[in-house]
Ligand binder design. Structure first.
Ligand SMILES: Cc1cc2nc3c(=O)[nH]c(=O)nc-3n(C[C@H](O)[C@H](O)[C@H](O)COP(=O)(O)OP(=O)(O)OC[C@H]3O[C@@H](n4cnc5c(N)ncnc54)[C@H](O)[C@@H]3O)c2cc1C
Length: 460
């Protein structure tokens, strides 16, 4: 809802127009609620940003998502006519892990698991005893200790560490399974075993919607921005105010007074019964002066990792065969890259015929320092690593683009329990306030979509 006046009323104000805020807006519109979304940037999408650059289609943030829950299934069915949903080919299952400078395939079946050089013989035998190992009792045990206890050190080094690099750009000694990987944690707590639990879960009865949760890897024709643009359109573009600055939210007797400066530098005020925040924890401090300092500290002590994303495009590819999802580099290998995604092998029209598009990641929790490297320094590293790891004789890409993320992925560490309970307390104390976004409920796109819908439903 927009108006020429600088002082208006509405039912809901949503802060942030990333994937979470857009999903909330989509459902608020569907539920016929009056709302306004306020976004700091002059564009929607948050960290999701697909770009057509000559013959390459690049992503500045996430590259792929997973159809990981029933809300994603339903939302994509809702939007099916508006955006061309793309599922990665079967080769997405082929994933590579670097060990001693060589790419090894991540095992897909029992036979490969026995033969793989990724894990030690001792740990392969140890896995046979996993279903009989007692469940852990410390809810704050970190992921590294959890995996060593259940599976062994080599599984930590060459399976879980690279997996965590791929998902969190994180460190298993920092992340707490209860908060960062609740499904994994619950397998142990509920079934007493990861292997036994996965097996038994496979036989549990599913409702038809759950059967469509496929773990398929998705993108869209035109990239992930096609999704955010479709949500923007379906939520009603007239409900969005972009390019706002200096937002503050204050309590009134029966709701909230939201003040900000619009893109024309005018002071504006909105009165709303409900406020839904979907912005990162790092940005909350100045927005909610009525939240006490101790509670605010519990929210914004969340660590966000810094990540450098480099898109490298070749008109003609002369390196190793790009058949698979890509490769992850365990931290024990001590290289400067986190991983390489073979985007042109997963989806159509990402690079010219015969060419290739790679998305390369650097930084992460263990190498936060890399964010301050200059473009030239980053190029030298990527040049050297690509020649060595991708069997390129020369490194002369037609596209070389660097994007730096200072607040890429939140790390759900031991402080998360306090953060979650603080949010609950605040939401109970301040009727109509919801503090969403990636500071709770998961970090992936599927989690954001699920939460976005739940935030809208709570308005009902
Ligand atoms: C490099 C990278 C790679 C990723 N890879 C994957 C992947 O492969 N698969 C996957 O599922 N997920 C991935 N993710 C995570 C996924 O992208 C995010 O979970 C999701 O896009 C976050 O959406 P969001 O709306 O919660 O947050 P954001 O996208 O951060 O949106 C928050 C919005 O709030 C706005 N904002 C901030 N401050 C203010 C303010 N003061 N006032 C108003 N607005 C404000 C911001 O401008 C932004 O638009 C990746 C993320 C990054 C950064």
């Amino acid at each position: 809802m927009t108006t020429n006046s600088n002082e208006i009323s509405t039912n809901v104000v949503v802060l942030g127009a990333g994937l979470t805020g857009l999903t909330t807006a989509h459902y608020l519109n569907k539920f016929n609620k009056k709302f306004i979304v306020l976004e700091k940037q002059t564009r929607i999408g948050g960290v999701i940003q697909s770009k057509k650059e000559d013959d390459f289609l690049t992503e500045n943030g996430p590259n792929t998502g997973v159809v990981g829950n029933t809300t994603v299934v339903q939302l994509f069915e809702d939007l099916a006519e508006k955006c061309g949903f793309e599922v990665a080919g079967d080769n997405v299952k082929k994933r590579f892990i670097l060990k001693n400078g060589r790419w090894e395939s991540l095992p897909l079946g029992a036979r490969e698991a026995i033969m793989t050089p990724l894990f030690t013989l001792k740990d392969k035998f140890r896995v046979l005893g996993e279903p009989f190992r007692p469940a852990g009792k410390n809810p704050h045990e970190n992921l590294a200790d959890f995996v060593k206890r259940r599976l062994g050190q080599s599984f930590l080094n060459y399976a879980i560490d690279p997996f965590i690099i791929g998902v969190y750009a994180g460190d298993p000694t920092y992340l707490i399974p209860k908060y960062a990987l609740p499904k994994l944690y619950n397998l142990e707590q509920k079934y007493g075993s990861l292997i036994g639990g996965s097996f038994r879960k496979g036989f549990e009865k599913k409702i038809p919607e759950e059967k469509k949760v496929s773990k398929k890897v998705f993108s869209f024709e035109g990239g992930l921005s096609t999704l955010t643009k479709s949500l923007y359109a379906s939520a009603g573009v007239e409900n969005f105010t972009l390019g706002v600055e200096n937002i503050t939210v204050n309590k009134t007797e029966d709701g909230y007074k939201i003040q900000y400066t619009n893109a024309q530098k005018e002071a504006c005020t909105i009165y709303a019964k409900n406020v839904i925040s979907t912005i990162g924890a790092y940005a909350l401090d100045s927005i909610f002066p009525f939240i006490d300092a101790v509670s605010m500290q519990k929210l914004n002590s969340l660590l966000y990792t810094k990540v450098i994303e480099v898109s490298v495009g070749f008109n003609t590819w002369k390196g190793c065969r790009l058949d698979g999802f890509g490769g992850l580099i365990p931290s024990i290998e001590k290289r400067d890259l986190l991983g390489i995604l073979y985007m042109s092998s997963l989806f159509k029209n990402r690079a010219p015929e015969g060419g290739a598009l790679l998305s390369i990641f650097m930084g992460g929790v263990k190498r936060q320092d890399l964010i301050s490297l200059t473009d030239d320094q980053i190029r030298i590293i990527v040049d050297k690593e690509c020649k060595e790891l991708m069997s390129l004789d020369e490194f002369n890409p037609e596209l070389f683009k660097i994007v730096r993320h200072n607040y890429a992925i939140p790390q759900y560490g031991v402080e998360s329990g306090d953060r979650f309970s603080t949010i609950k307390t605040l939401e109970t104390k301040f009727t109509g306030l919801q503090i969403g976004g990636n500071l709770r409920d998961g970090i992936g796109m599927a989690d954001r979509i699920k939460q976005g819908k739940e935030l809208a439903e709570r308005i009902l």
